[in-house]
Design a protein around this ligand. Structure first.
Ligand SMILES: NC(=O)c1ccc[n+]([C@@H]2O[C@H](COP(=O)([O-])OP(=O)(O)OC[C@H]3O[C@@H](n4cnc5c(N)ncnc54)[C@H](OP(=O)(O)O)[C@@H]3O)[C@@H](O)[C@H]2O)c1
Length: 334
């Protein structure tokens, strides 16, 4: 008697649980298929409509922060090629003048330079506001960014409080203040593009570069909220989320890569020029983008993974990079 009851319970459980697992399997598979289809549509939309924004029509000037090197310099040059006058902002007057000369020679547009150290905080913005007054600014590229010297645990970072304040000033205060200075005239003219450079670290929490990751999460949320608030007023606010691009900033993260290969662009690690061109083509097409198709493919693949797996992979990479940087530093001391 008891054994037949147990038998019945076992049969019902098996029947019900197999239906239960089949349902979970179906829902999971549908979810993955839906996400994959959504990402494919995004990539196709990018390929079809790429390059449709006329930056000159948005305004005759573009402002690019952090524009003497890397991605910012490439954005400045590419915007100039599209016929827009350029305001370059960075710390070094000599480098600014050099880039301004290159741009004027290559693209026959006007340039202006503003010397500013964004790590200093609020004190510099009155001067920037004065120097930008009267220009018809159609595009603002909030590119300037600052990273850790190398990945490290929060409490182990050398001179951490000073470094963290600088990181916040360069990565967070600059994007907020520059948007506050430039966007009012765009809203008055009912057109303009604000392009904010975030990072993969601003989408997924990245331990060992904690403050950078948190700052970039701010940039991501800031951009998406501004887009919602001002889209109806004619403003495009685009959040750009690059993965690896070959620049000075990425060098400490490539310590485990062969020296000869570090500076060589590849499919998934493009040059700043390749990256900026593709990313500018996406303005007006997508307000939240990886900017470059191979990075979109990478992001789609990473997005399929559970957050726990992403964290594990990220910690593994950062730990390895931290160790390699520390070893290099101790070798140099010897
Ligand atoms: N490269 C990547 O793989 C990657 C990935 C994700 C996100 N990003 C983001 O992309 C943006 C550009 O990065 P990047 O790799 O092109 O950097 P980069 O090659 O190091 O160039 C940084 C630029 O910013 C300027 N700059 C740095 N600190 C500054 C400060 N305190 N005040 C004013 N200007 C300053 C530098 O010029 P001076 O030294 O002359 O001032 C230089 O022109 C950053 O927001 C970064 O977080 C980059």
């Amino acid at each position: 008697m008891a054994s037949s009851v147990l038998n019945n319970v076992f049969n019902v459980f098996c029947r019900d649980s197999s239906a239960y697992f089949a349902t979970i399997g179906f829902v999971t598979a549908s979810y993955i298929a839906f996400k994959a289809a959504f990402n494919v549509i995004k990539i196709l939309k990018f390929l079809v409509f790429a390059g449709s924004t006329n930056f000159k029509k948005l305004g005759s000037w573009a402002v690019v922060t952090g524009s003497t090197d890397g991605i910012g310099k490439a954005y400045a040059k590419e915007l100039a090629k599209r016929g827009v006058n350029i305001v370059l902002i960075s710390r070094s007057e000599a480098k600014l003048q050099e880039v301004a000369n290159e741009i004027e020679k290559e693209s026959k547009v006007q340039t202006r330079i503003i010397v500013a150290d964004f790590s200093k905080g609020l004190e510099l913005y009155d001067s920037i506001r004065d120097q930008l007054a009267g220009l018809e600014i159609g595009t603002l590229v909030n590119n300037v960014g600052m990273h850790y010297p190398f990945p490290n645990y929060f409490l182990d970072v050398t001179d951490r409080e000073e470094l963290f304040m600088k990181l916040i000033n360069v990565n967070v205060t600059a994007v907020t203040m520059m948007t506050s200075i430039v966007m009012p005239a765009m809203v008055e003219r009912k057109k303009g593009a604000v392009i904010n450079i975030s990072s993969i670290g601003g989408l997924h929490p990245m331990p060992l570069i904690t403050v950078y990751s948190a700052c970039k999460a701010y940039v991501t949320f800031f951009s998406r909220c501004i887009q919602s608030e001002y889209e109806s007023k004619g403003i495009i606010c685009q959040c750009v989320v690059p993965h690896f691009v070959v620049t000075n900033m990425t060098m400490p993260f490539l310590v485990t890569t062969k020296r000869s290969e570090k500076r060589i662009p590849s499919l998934f690690r493009p040059s700043p020029t390749t990256y900026a061109k593709a990313a500018l083509d996406s303005v007006g097409v997508s307000d939240f983008t990886n900017g470059y198709w191979a990075h979109s493919v990478q992001a789609a693949a990473v997005g399929m993974l559970p957050e726990g797996v992403i964290k594990m992979m990220s910690v593994g990479f950062m730990e390895k990079t931290r160790k390699a940087n520390l070893e290099n530093m101790s070798k140099k001391k010897e």
